[in-house]
Design a protein around this ligand. Structure first.
Ligand SMILES: [Zn+2]
Length: 356
């Protein structure tokens, strides 16, 4: 071990390497701080007297699957300026944690790809430690913004770590800033947000969110005055999911091999907006062929394209008329997924119309 390896592997600079021990499957590096580099941690003064050491062990990035520790006798010094005895600063680790900053960064790096449990097992530490590291990182990155000025918010969830973890995000729609980040998804993830919001006395006028009943319920309980808006993106996303489900069912039931083949190739075409179809790749013709084969798919597709017009109406009156008409057509289509969609849109209708 050399001082430059200490720096490059663990981010530890300005110390002398003393020795390496191998104990109980752990690799332990002992390092030392030269007395000439010691300063008062409060005033930065070099007018100090040595007052012994406090031995500290910090877990750092493992080497070859072995837990690796750094042991440092932290010098205690009496400052001539302050007249107080203190430990000198340790730049490579938080004084209240049992691990180095390099270990923390490594755990966060792994957390982007693995669950908390996986990271804990891989690093041979407790679940709580990894959870704590993640929470501290989050609060550092999203230092609590003031909520008092919030008027219009959007609530959404995002999947991270390849879908192993979820975060619930609250956005300030006026500024675009992140107002809150909650761990997990659903109503539970929002609990701390409602608490902070109550404390802030903010008056929320509108909430945009996806159509999951969990969020809807949470918002109507915690924000009885606010209008709930289901935004276009989330409504169309839900519709596209229903449409894919219908296509899959038709594909399963199709007896004819040709029919199966045609349906198979249309998945993305169905989800695309009509004006987005690529003429050169013959997408329009392909879609037409599939729709001609199956009437319910055709009706569902055209009603999907039609629903997009809802957001283009000149005002609330037209929006209401349009939506009522759409819901009627969907209900009378005799197609299950459309009837279901109609019920979903009819139930929180005020939510859709709040767009206007
Ligand atoms: Zn001092």
């Amino acid at each position: 071990m050399s001082t430059s390896l200490l720096y490059h592997a663990f981010g530890i600079r300005g110390y002398r390497y003393t020795r390496t021990d191998y104990q109980d499957g752990q690799t332990i590096f002992t390092i030392q701080q030269g007395p000439e580099t010691c300063r008062c941690s409060a005033s930065g003064s070099s007018q100090i007297l040595s007052r012994g050491h406090v031995r500290r062990r910090s877990r750092t990035v493992p080497i070859g699957r072995r837990a690796t520790l750094v042991v440092l006798p932290i010098p205690r010094v009496e400052c001539q300026d302050c007249g107080v005895v203190r430990q000198v600063k340790v730049p490579f680790a938080d004084p209240r944690r049992s691990y180095t900053s390099a270990f923390e960064r490594y755990a966060l790096e792994l957390s982007r790809r693995m669950t908390i449990r996986d990271v804990a097992v891989h690093l041979g530490v407790g679940w709580d430690m990894i959870k704590d590291i993640q929470e501290r990182d989050r609060s550092r990155r999203y230092a609590k913004p003031k909520l008092k000025h919030l008027r219009q918010i959007a609530i959404d969830e995002i999947a991270i770590a390849k879908g192993h973890r979820y975060l619930t995000i609250v956005l300030d729609l006026e500024s675009g800033a992140v107002a809150f980040v909650g761990d997990g998804k659903g109503a539970k993830a929002l609990k701390p947000f409602w608490e902070r919001l109550r404390g802030s006395k903010a008056k929320i006028e509108a909430v945009a969110m996806d159509m999951s009943p969990a969020y809807r319920e949470a918002a109507s309980t915690d924000l009885p005055q606010a209008k709930i808006v289901f935004d276009r993106f989330h409504v169309m996303k839900l519709f596209n999911e229903e449409l894919s489900e219908l296509r899959r069912a038709l594909h399963r039931e199709a007896a004819d091999v040709m029919q199966k083949k045609v349906l198979k190739g249309t998945r993305w075409l169905l989800l695309k907006a009509a004006e987005g179809l690529d003429e050169e790749r013959d997408e329009k013709a392909k879609l037409k062929e599939a729709l001609a084969l199956n009437q319910s798919l055709a009706v569902a597709y055209y009603l999907k394209e039609d629903l997009r017009q809802f957001w283009e109406q000149p005002g609330k009156k037209f929006g209401t008329l349009f939506l009522d008409g759409w819901i009627k057509r969907a209900e009378s289509s005799g197609i299950k997924v459309l009837q279901q969609m109609a019920r979903t849109l009819a139930a929180p209708r005020s939510g859709l119309l709040a767009y206007y």
